[in-house]
Design a protein around this ligand. Structure first.
Ligand code: RET
Length: 232
């Protein structure tokens, strides 16, 4: 029988494979961009640890309404979503203050989501709405301030930034939808289904983001090399 553990194990395997590919990809990234690139490897690596521990049944909590909640998922998100926002901000060349504010809002989103998932109504709903509002703030910063910074910089990098931001916003909007239909929300689907969908989206979001960023990095490196030594 396919159980939740199976989905956690597949999630761990997908994250491990993604981490490996992205770590190997680091060799092709120029030295001066390695620090920023390491964020892309750290994200799936953190998830490998979270998923591996969830396979072992660590961090499973019972919410006030009797639903099952995997707390490590939120620990993973608390670390990895600000890291992805940080990558976007650095790529765009946004001001440090703006990046920090976006990171703070992203962390707050996850904390509100966790608290809302744990508590029963009526408190559950304002907490979810608070998470939705802070998340809207993150999107706003990426569309206004990050965008303005990216538009001033290198055009190839700005194109990669916009692609990554679109990927991030579209995929991340799925998370609150899953939250709402899961047993911690309106209880329209069971925990196993919510876990399966989340594991799938998680691998796509973490590994996919890394691969798009890697390919963007390689393209802009190639473009820079070409303009430095034009072919005759
Ligand atoms: C919650 C509920 C509260 C409202 C919102 C949420 C958004 C969560 C997001 C999670 C993203 C996770 C990712 C993990 C992989 O890297 C907390 C579900 C808006 C956006 C991308």
């Amino acid at each position: 029988m396919v159980t939740i553990t199976t989905w956690f194990a597949l999630g761990a395997a997908g994250m491990a494979l993604g981490t490996l590919v992205l770590a190997v990809g680091a060799r092709a990234v120029p030295e001066e961009h390695r620090a920023r690139y390491s964020i892309l490897v750290a994200v799936p690596l953190i998830a490998v640890v979270a998923y591996a521990l969830m396979v072992l049944g660590v961090g499973s909590l019972r919410t006030e309404t009797g639903a099952t909640l995997y707390a490590l998922r939120y620990v993973d998100w608390l670390l990895t979503t600000p890291l992805h926002v940080l990558y976007l901000g650095l790529l765009a060349g946004a001001a440090v203050g703006v990046i920090y504010r976006a990171l703070g809002l992203m962390a707050a989103t996850i904390v509100f989501g966790f608290a809302g998932a744990m508590l029963a109504p009526p408190l559950k709903w304002p907490l979810f709405l608070a998470g939705a509002a802070t998340f809207a703030g993150v999107v706003y910063y990426t569309v206004r301030d990050f965008e303005a910074a990216a538009a001033e910089g290198d055009a190839t990098m700005a194109a990669v930034f916009r692609k990554l931001r679109a990927f991030l916003v579209v995929l991340w909007v799925i998370y609150p939808v899953i939250w709402l239909v899961a047993p911690v929300g309106f209880d329209l689907t069971n925990t196993t289904t919510a876990t399966l969908v989340t594991a799938y989206i998680d691998v796509v979001a973490k590994v996919g983001f890394g691969l798009i960023a890697l390919s963007g990095q390689l393209t802009s490196t190639a473009a820079a090399t070409e303009s430095a030594s034009p072919a005759d």
